[in-house]
Structures are given as C-alpha cells and as structure tokens.
Design a protein around this ligand. Structure first.
Ligand SMILES: [Zn+2]
Length: 449
C-alpha cells in the first residue's frame, strides 16, 4: 500500500477558521492518515508519492448544497420538465456532474431531480463506473398546489417525468416519501412555497404546519434528511418547527423564523447566486427583463440580505448553494460565487465563507460527519489554489488559479470536453419575442405602405 505525502505551506483544514503553516497530509487508500505539522509527519516509505504543494493554498473540497442535475442548464420550466427523456437527462447529468467536480466541488447536494437521476449518477460514481463528486441524491420535489414546482396550469398537473411530484393529500405525501426512500434517496425536497401570495403580499405556505411536521417526521424516520425551498415567513416557520435539516432562500423570513431555525438546528443556504446572476447577467432581450423577474430578484436580494445578516449574527449555520443547472447558473461555472456573496452581501469574513462552503455544507451530505474537513480518518478531498481565498475570495471562481482537485486522494481530470449547448437544453419552441403589428413593423422600418 503506497501513500501520498502532500507538503503544504498553508492549510485551511476546515476544522475552524484558522489556517496552519508547514503542514503535511498523508493519504492512504483514499483516506487521510495524518494531518499535522510537517516536522512530526511520518516519513515517506519507498514507493510513496511525495507532492510539494509549494505556495498553493490547500483547503477541503467545496460542498455545493444546491445543484439540480436534472435541469440541464435550462432556460425555462419547459426545458426542465418537457423536452428531454429520462435517459438523456441521466447521461447529461453524469456529464455535468464531472464539470461540477472539476470546479472544485467534491460533494454536492441535489435537491430536486427527476425520476432516479441523481440516485443513478451517485451509484454509478460510487461503483467506480465514472469519475464524479460525492452526491446526496433526491428525487422529485414534493409539491402542492401553492408550491413553486407545480408551475404549469392545473390541467397539466405533474406527469411522472416531471421534476415535481404533486401531492394533494397527506397520504399521497407520505406514500411518495416512502417510495423515494425505498428508491434510495438521501434527502427529500419539499417545495414549501412558491409564487402565490395573499392580497396583503404574504407568501402562502403550500403545506400547513401539521402537514409539514408529518412529512418531515416520516422522512427522518426513514433515515432521510429534508431540504425545503422556502422564501416566505410562513414556509420558513413551518419548516423550522418541523425540524427540517436544510432551508433554502428564506429571503422574506422574520426574526421569529430566525429563533425557530436556531431551535431546530437547521442549516440555511440562501442560494443568492441564482438571483444575483439573474440581476447581473441578463441582457435586454432576456424575458427575465421584460417580465420584471430580474427586478424582483434585485428586490429579493435587498430585502433578504437584511434578514439573513441578522440570522448570521444570531448564530444560524450557513451553507453554500448555487442553484446550478439553470442557463444563468451553468454547471461548473458559478459554484464558488456564493462564497463571494456571503462576504459582500452578508458580511462574512472569507474564512467564515470557506467554513460555510466546506464544514457546514458537509453536514447536509450522507455521513456528513466524515466530510468537509481535513482530519485523519476522513476522505482526502481537497483543492490546491494558486493564491489565498482569505485575501480574495473571488480566487475560487478563477479557473486558472484552481491548480488541482483531489477526491479520495486522487487528482481529478480538470479539462472538460466541449459540447453543443443547443443539443443539451434550449429546446423551447419560442420563435418570436415581439408582436409584429403593422405599426410595430413600420416603427422598426421593415414595412411601409
Ligand atoms: Zn433550486
């Protein structure tokens, strides 16, 4: 059995906020057998591999707790649910999982997928068929009429190949949770609210407090974690009181919700990258501009940042999620942007952001206590960076500065095969984004009598 000895000048091991100097990692069979001062490290034996990380900053692999492997860089809800077969989605998901890993994300939570996609990708990677990140798999999002994911008209519903499972009774909800647990999910995703509001503007929770508690209890009884989409006060409150493990967004919660999250020990992953990218990147011809969606994202970030700052100050643990899988958050591109937003929007120190994206995120993974930090006995998942993210957190988004990604002690392939995006998603039948009346066309100078 040969070992890998990695000498590091600067190590952020993820056990706290400190960095240590002159450290050595020893890896045997994919696991760390020693992490500590180089001076007291075991001597390399004949046949061992020795690597000097030089000036590179060494840290645990990132954990992205919000990546949708089924979505395929979707431009629309139709792209997510209509245009592709389960088989194509699975192949595409496997391909893009490797892009995620090459971006330094060694563990990812997939909250909401179609069929058994993330289960299959996880199992194929675990079996050694393909290289890929560690995956916490889910299945279809448990959805009710007022939930985000029931986004098509009621008469369409949610056919089996959609990413949402519409449940309209308690027994349907419990039956779906039991089915998903049987199929091998690591977590259940519940869409606790969506776009439905009361006349006073309150976002309506899609499930009652009792229904939420019943679903979460059953998921926990079956050994699954629970993640929820929850923007509004009511949804966050019901999720926290039910003891949900991971709450996404929470932009419109209040201080009572913060107390409830603290009592429950829930982890919060605001996933600001998706709305921030929408605000920053959309072009005038994008429907997100003409429909006002980008403006809504901007307001949401403003309102949300204030309450999320208070949640941070109160001690709610934060993890990093990117909502990758949309056209505005393509796989492998923006996973580390959330760390920057924790720093710029919520006042995290860079070290706190690193901790959120490693140690805290790992707690959302199956056997998460074995991941997220570099300690003897844990898998050797780590990154080598040319430069310190403690001086500039944006370094993590610079592909040229990410020098190596190791999963289980093995360097992963960093170069990615090119692909044709038009054959991967964007199958929409939309042909025109303007209305060509005679006046309009005359205005455009393309027609006159
Ligand atoms: Zn999402």
């Amino acid at each position: 059995m040969t070992a890998l000895h990695l000498k590091c000048q600067t190590l952020f091991d993820g056990t706290g906020l400190e960095t240590r100097q002159q450290q050595t990692l020893v890896v045997e069979n994919g696991l760390l057998s020693y992490v500590g001062p180089t001076a007291t490290a075991p001597q390399p034996q004949p046949g061992d591999t020795q690597v000097d990380a030089g000036d590179n900053f060494v840290m645990p692999g990132l954990v992205d707790v919000h990546t949708h492997l089924a979505f395929g860089n979707a431009q629309s809800e139709e792209d997510i649910d209509l245009w592709t077969s389960d088989e194509f989605r699975a192949l595409r998901g496997m391909f893009f999982a490797q892009h995620v890993l090459a971006a330094g994300v060694t563990s990812m939570v997939c909250p909401g997928d179609s069929g058994q996609l993330s289960i299959a990708v996880r199992n194929a990677i675990t079996a050694g068929l393909f290289e890929g990140p560690r995956i916490a798999a889910s299945s279809r999002v448990i959805t009710n009429r007022q939930s985000l994911n029931d986004w098509f008209p009621s008469r369409v519903g949610a056919p089996e190949y959609f990413t949402a499972q519409l449940v309209t009774s308690r027994s349907d909800a419990l039956a779906e949770i039991r089915k998903q647990a049987k199929d091998g999910v690591d977590l259940i995703k519940i869409a606790m609210d969506g776009t439905h509001r009361r006349p006073n503007g309150d976002i309506i929770a899609a499930f009652t407090a009792d229904e939420t508690r019943e679903m979460v209890e059953e998921a926990h009884r079956l050994g699954c974690k629970v993640a929820t989409h929850a923007y509004g006060r009511e949804a966050v409150m019901y999720a926290a009181r039910a003891g949900v493990d991971l709450v996404f967004h929470a932009f419109y919660m209040d201080d009572a919700c913060i107390e409830a999250l603290l009592d429950a020990g829930s982890i919060l992953a605001p996933t600001m990258t998706f709305p921030q990218n929408t605000v920053d990147f959309c072009q005038p011809h994008d429907p997100a501009i003409s429909t006002g969606y980008a403006g809504y994202c901007a307001r949401t970030l403003e309102v949300g940042s204030a309450v999320l700052k208070r949640a941070k100050a109160a001690g709610v643990p934060f993890a990093c999620g990117s909502d990758s899988g949309f056209a505005v958050t393509p796989y492998g591109e923006w996973h580390a942007r959330e760390l920057e937003l924790l720093v710029t929007r919520l006042g995290f120190t860079p070290a706190e952001a690193l901790y959120a994206a490693t140690a805290v995120g790992a707690r959302c993974m199956p056997r998460g206590e074995t991941l997220g930090s570099l300690e003897a006995g844990k898998p050797a998942d780590f990154l080598l960076l040319d430069g310190s993210p403690l001086h500039d957190i944006r370094i993590l988004q610079d592909r040229s500065r990410l020098k190596a990604v190791y999963k289980a002690g093995q360097p992963v392939r960093m170069d990615r095969s090119p692909y044709n995006p038009k054959q991967v998603s964007d199958f929409n039948s939309l042909k025109w984004t303007d209305l060509y009346t005679r006046d309009r066309v005359a205005q455009l100078g393309k027609w006159a009598l």
